[in-house]
Design a binder for this molecule. Structure first.
Ligand code: NAD
Ligand code: IPM
Ligand code: MN
Length: 354
């Protein structure tokens, strides 16, 4: 059928507030969409004892796409690890095989002053971070905390197979091909064998994409280059953990972490869409969170899972228009801007769609 089923997972903290605004925008577009809501994270632990309960698994597997807010918060920080909200997020990513995480860091001209960097350093910024999402030290075994020689030791395993590296590499090369044709692979091959393999496999793929220039950078240098001269990057491809860290850093180049959307995809086009930020417990329930990262994630959903380019663009244009009107949530406000709350920002985007 033409009707697409969207599974909503509002989650915890500001999650429900920002997902409500994205749904508002999607509904205003009057697309053939059907929404169903399920529990994930702390909200799910409270209701069922599990962060990714069976009912959510069923709904997420059946849906054409998933739109997620955020999970986690101090309330659940002392729970045993398997019951932590974050485990629910990792579990759904693994369950749906969402190995390719696209995190576009785009600076809207109107927000040049909101970045903590000088406007000339960030003006026109348009980077795509391709983060591997179902492997690396996040999932490697063995892992744990145990007694050795009379003291506790903690350990995790950083591991990638060449097949895992190859499939994320292909996604990144293809993405670069559609952009400015420059791919920078980020690793720590000077120290870590797993990332030596990462670099080798990226080099082996390169001849298949002669139109794309592949370069390599060590992750510590990449972190530095991102704030020194971020516009040198087009597409960055990296592993799960380095990608997590570098994407938060890249978010600040765009003015606020509240601006960075993401798509997590598998080979079938099925996707999960979520802002890159977390549940922001410090501002939850106050109606001040920036919903734009979630609204822009909804636009990515229309584009990547449903192939609906026009309404996706319409949302992105509406966001730009609202920013041009000077409307700002607190996190992106500069002196002289009109500061609005979460719901008013969502309303403004809806109004700007017209
Ligand atoms: P965070 O991203 O939740 O918050 C970091 C800072 O950014 C806070 O000051 C917060 O107020 C601000 N912020 C984040 N999103 C914002 C928005 N939309 N508008 C305005 N300000 C925003 O990171 P944290 O504080 O390290 O983590 C809080 C919880 O979220 C933890 O439990 C963590 O595990 C979880 N987390 C979840 C996800 C996810 O669900 N994808 C991602 C990151 C962190
Ligand atoms: C993110 C988050 C998650 C991650 C956490 C909450 C598991 O930080 O989506 O960036 O590390 O992947
Ligand atoms: Mn993160």
């Amino acid at each position: 059928s033409v009707t697409k089923k969207v599974c909503l997972l509002p989650g915890d903290g500001i999650g429900p507030e920002i997902v409500a605004e994205a749904v508002k925008v999607l509904k205003a577009l009057q697309l053939p969409l059907e929404f169903e809501t399920a529990l994930l994270g702390g909200a799910a632990v409270d209701a069922t004892g599990e962060p990714y309960p069976e009912a959510t698994q069923t709904l997420a597997r059946e849906a054409d796409a998933v739109l997620l807010g955020a999970v986690g918060g101090p309330k659940w920080d002392t729970l045993p690890r398997p019951q932590r909200p974050e485990r629910g997020l990792l579990a759904i990513r693994k369950d749906l095989n969402l190995f390719a995480n696209l995190r576009p860091a785009i600076l809207y001209d109107e927000l040049a002053a909101a970045s903590t960097l000088k406007p000339e350093v960030v003006a026109g910024l348009d980077i795509l971070i391709v983060r591997e999402l179902t492997g690396d030290i996040y999932f490697g075994e063995p892992r744990g905390i145990e007694m050795r020689n009379g003291e506790r030791v903690g350990f995790n395993t950083m591991i990638y197979s060449e097949a895992e590296i190859r499939r994320i590499g292909r996604i990144a090369f293809e993405a670069a091909r559609k952009r400015r044709k420059h791919l920078c692979s980020v690793d720590k091959m000077n120290v870590l064998e797993t990332t030596q393999l990462w670099r080798d496999v990226m080099n082996e793929l390169a001849p298949e994409y002669p139109d794309v220039t592949l370069t390599h950078m060590l992750v510590d240098n990449a972190a530095m280059q991102l704030v020194r001269a971020p516009k040198q990057f087009d597409v960055i491809v990296t592993g799960n953990m380095f990608g997590d860290i570098l994407s938060d850093e890249a978010a600040m180049l765009t003015g606020s972490i509240g601006m960075l959307p993401s798509a997590s995809l598998n080979e079938t086009g099925k996707g999960l869409y979520e802002p890159c930020h977390g549940s922001a417990p410090d501002i939850a329930g106050q109606g001040v969170a920036n919903p734009l990262a979630t609204i822009l994630s909804a636009a990515m959903m229309l584009r990547y899972s449903f192939g609906w380019e026009d309404p996706a663009r319409a949302i992105e244009r509406a966001v730009q228009k609202v920013l041009a009107q000077g409307l700002r949530t607190r996190d992106i406000a500069a002196p002289g801007d009109t500061v609005v709350g979460t719901a008013a920002m969502g309303d403004a985007v809806v109004a700007a769609l017209a």
